[in-house]
Every structure is written in structure tokens, then in C-alpha cells.
Design a protein around this ligand. Sequence first.
Ligand SMILES: [Zn+2]
Length: 239
Amino acid sequence: MTETETIEIPAPLQGCLYCHTEGSITLSEGRKILGFGSGLPTLTCSSCGSVALFEAGPTPDSWRIRYKSVNKAPRFYYVMLYLGKAGWLTAEQALEASRNGYVQRQRIQQAQRGDFSWLHPAPLNPPPPLMSHDENVYVTVNPVTFQQAMRAGSVLAQGEENVLDSGRFYLTDKKLHLLGHRRDWSHKLTDVQRIEHNDEYWRVYVGESEQHYQGTNLPDQIDAQLFTTIVKMLCRHDE
Ligand SMILES: [Zn+2]
């Protein structure tokens, strides 16, 4: 490598993949200090503060990126999971996660405004047992589990859950439905006690006994933050 060799930032990386600000990225040459460090250049965003290692490939489109530090604000939930925590990503993987992250952020804002048109809510024909003909289905998730949280004196260890059933789950404008392997379950939105999510899953608690529906964050399914935002807004509608 000659001293005058410079690295060009590929066009898609001149805007931030993480927060989608244009022209916010600066590249700094990598350095090895006393043999430590990767020696790879880093990309830093002046808008969200994310820092990523960048590795150019043999062609302009074959770069790789790995985020070293990212902004953990709630609005970056999706990109934190699929860019920030993903390790090395190819250009294709990183651009797809970035596009999905942009759409997810728009969907959260739409849901918070009470705009659910993008979910194309519609009744099922025929509706499954316990669902009425005039219920509009907003979200379908498969699989979802129905669980009982640990109770005092239980033999289950802290954090362990007793799975009561699992199956296909429907969120409608009136109810939560689970077509379980053992039976069908149904709760009104007015039965919802609390709603929570973390990096791995969402939970909707119903009734008095800490029973809850739980869905896992999977790349091909609605993410936990977006799902819980929709449930919260539908519960508010229903009040
Ligand atoms: Zn950024």
C-alpha cells in the first residue's frame, strides 16, 4: 500500500445507513497502534453518532460494514437490532436492513398518529371460532405463545414461563385471538393490562393473573416495537 492511496466512500454510504441523514458521514483512515486495532477505516455519522468499521471489496459494490457503536434511542430500535448488533454485514445485507429500518420508523410514526391504513385491516372470511364477522384483522403473527408468568411458590425459576399454548395469532380492532394447538383463546382489548417489549420479544398481558401473549422478534415478522405500538394505539381507540 502506498502512502498516497485514498479510500473513496461508496455512494450508498455517504448518507447514514443507521439514521438516514444525507451527507453526514466522514471517513477516517484506520490506524494500528502498537499492533492493536483492525487498521480498517471507520465511518462516523455527525447526526446520530454511529461509528462503523468499513472494508472495501474488490468491486465498488462488494464492501462490508460492522457497527462498533450506535445510537440507542427508541426511534433506532429496528436498526439497532439489524445493523447495530448484526456484526459484519455485506453491502446487500446492510442496505436491506437500512431500507427496512427506514420503513419501520415511518410505520411507527403512522401508527402513533392512528394511521393503520398500511396494514389493510379486513375481516376474515370465514372468521375463525371466537372471532365475529365484523372484526377487522390488523396483524397476523405465527407463532405466538400464550404463557403464564411465574407465580410465588412456583417450581419454575425466575424468568421462566409456563407455556399454555401456541399457534397463529390475530390482532383485531376488538380482540386478541390465538388459534392454539390445544384450544382457541380470545381476549378483548379492554382486558389488556400492560404491554412490553425488549430486543427479543413483545408481551401483551391480559386479565388479572399475569397471563400473556408473547411473540419473538424474527426477521420475517413484525418487530416487537412496531407491534406493541399498534396494540397500544388500538387499545386507546377502544377506550
Ligand atoms: Zn446517522
